[in-house]
Design a protein around this ligand. Structure first.
Ligand code: SF4
Ligand code: SF4
Length: 233
């Protein structure tokens, strides 16, 4: 039995607490990803740092063209974050976000526009300064109504904004990767806002990752929120 089929078997047996159809989609994506790799060590690394899960999520988004969205350049209420977390991101996304922002250390950041805004934001243009490196949560969050986003940014619970399906598949894929690699490799998640803040404040990558690393229970909590959100749709 080859090592990659062992990995595929581990993924096949892995379980994650989300809707069965979301778990199945994520599992199929991961097994296909691993099957396409000639280097099993690389496949394990890609599962561990979220490269595989992030790729599956982005592929899912690339196949969507939702209509009626109000999203536009410089429309940034969704970049006003609640708490100091800003959402769950994979390790590969955390590193990419850090690398995009570190050269901008010391420049004015989004918090000069709004104290709760993401540090990646340009406070004048309200454009993301790490657009190409923005994580899945940013790519998948959309809305049909800007005023609803403004209300959400003020802490009100109103309908309109939400995350597209591939975000939930991506979260499930991280959870499945963690379950499949249990006892062999750590699959960590990170807080978007803390990575961005550390990068623009001039901290090193290691310091940024250490400051932003989630406890393992945070992914479980995010999956629970995802399952609840999916049950409403
Ligand atoms: S999610 Fe809302 S605030 Fe963000 S770009 Fe879309 S409409 Fe604008
Ligand atoms: S990374 Fe960019 S798109 Fe995402 S919350 Fe921050 S400013 Fe907004």
């Amino acid at each position: 039995m080859s090592k990659s089929s062992t990995l595929a078997e581990r993924l096949n047996k892995a379980r994650v607490a989300t809707k069965p159809e979301v778990s199945d989609r994520a599992k199929r994506g991961l097994i296909a990803y691993v099957g396409a790799q000639t280097d099993t060590k690389q496949a394990v690394t890609d599962l561990a740092d979220g490269t595989a899960a992030t790729g599956i999520g982005r592929l899912g988004l690339s196949g969507l063209s939702p209509s009626g969205l109000a999203c536009a350049e410089g429309c940034a209420f969704c970049c006003i974050l609640s708490g100091d977390d800003g959402g769950t991101i994979s390790e590969t996304e955390a590193v990419a976000l850090y690398e995009a922002l570190a050269p901008l250390a010391g420049q004015p950041d989004g918090r000069e526009w709004n104290p709760k805004a993401c540090p990646s934001l340009d406070p004048d243009s309200r454009m993301c300064r790490a657009y190409e490196a923005r994580p899945m949560i940013c790519r998948a969050y959309v809305s049909t109504d800007v005023s609803a986003c403004e209300a959400v940014a003020q802490g009100k619970a109103v309908p309109g904004p939400g995350t597209l399906g591939p975000y939930h598949t991506y979260l499930a894929a991280i959870g499945l990767s963690r379950a499949a690699l249990k006892g062999t490799k750590r699959v960590a998640t990170y807080a978007l806002a803390r990575v961005a803040a550390a990068a623009v404040e001039g901290q090193s990558l290691d310091e940024a990752l250490m400051a932003a690393r989630h406890k393992p229970t945070e992914l479980d909590a995010e999956l629970k929120r995802s399952k609840r959100d999916l049950s409403r749709t």
